[in-house]
Design a protein around this ligand. Sequence first.
Ligand SMILES: NC(=O)c1ccc[n+]([C@@H]2O[C@H](COP(=O)([O-])OP(=O)(O)OC[C@H]3O[C@@H](n4cnc5c(N)ncnc54)[C@H](OP(=O)(O)O)[C@@H]3O)[C@@H](O)[C@H]2O)c1
Length: 317
Amino acid sequence: MSRTVQNFDLASGVKIPWLGWGNGSGQARNVPVQAGLIALKAGIRHVDTAQNYLNEGAVGETVANSGLSKDEIFVTSKLSGRKSDPSVDGYTVPVNEVRSAVQESIKKLGFIPDLFLIHSPHVAARADLKKTWQVLEEMKDAGELKEIGVSNFRPQDLEVVLDGAKYQPAVNQIEYHPYTLAHLEPVLAIQAKHGILTESFGPLTPLLRHPTGGPVKPVLTKIAKRVTESNPSLPIPVDEVVVLLLWTRAMGVVAVTASGNEERIKLLAEISYLPENILTKEEVQEITSVGKTVHFRHYREHMEKDFALPDLPDGTT
Ligand SMILES: NC(=O)c1ccc[n+]([C@@H]2O[C@H](COP(=O)([O-])OP(=O)(O)OC[C@H]3O[C@@H](n4cnc5c(N)ncnc54)[C@H](OP(=O)(O)O)[C@@H]3O)[C@@H](O)[C@H]2O)c1
């Protein structure tokens, strides 16, 4: 089995490993250095963090102690605002503080992240969203940032940033899985038109957070059984989690997942090295079409505001 990192291309041609390990959720958030070192040792080469996970310093420490060169590890961070600061309104960052907030991230990390995102459109006051993006563009021009992108952006947010942009967002990191596909249709259409790569956070939501697993779960079970029977030499057991992550990859979407558990981190690393095309086109299509019959979202604070929901059941019955 090849241990060559499996990448997608950003519009610029820069490579991004298709599976990222985040330290913003679950146990990984509490033990970011310990879990991060396990992840890098196991072969993970893409780490996702953010200002409000409060562990950019831990990422810097992890990379410095990994025995790898920084160039071997793709790191993303995000402009999140500082809710803990009572002088700042919610998560918003005033435009004149964006540059220093980004510089603070770089200082904590100890390097320029490969990708830097606006964590949500609500990080900026509405009238300042464009200007906030322009600060990131200026920092990219000045060599202070590399790739820049967005997260939790709805159609109306993408349109603000794309209008006259010097640089289009490299990615939009959003809750993406079979049960958000119907709602995301207008977002994905804009992204396809502009070459904006989709990154999925919460890719395992149908299995972990949906109360019953919904209609996609038995489909994943059936496909896991078929894959196991037809690929006896795969290095890991193929279950529903593996199939759902492989579906994300087959959709051309980066999977940003997480774990703080040593065995499961190692499993995620193994999944990241699996060859392409383990799932058939028909299997990918079946997961997609069954997923589109349901709307279920776990992270609701950003994308459900002023963005009409599809008239679909939540798949619990
Ligand atoms: N941009 C944003 O607004 C935003 C929002 C949310 C998340 N994120 C990023 O995305 C990352 C992942 O988010 P997420 O937690 O929602 O992703 P997820 O992939 O849906 O769920 C990750 C959870 O899956 C569990 N898990 C991992 N492997 C498993 C396996 N083989 N079997 C069963 N459970 C397994 C882990 O629990 P254990 O630790 O117990 O293994 C972990 O808590 C975050 O850490 C963060 O970096 C970004």
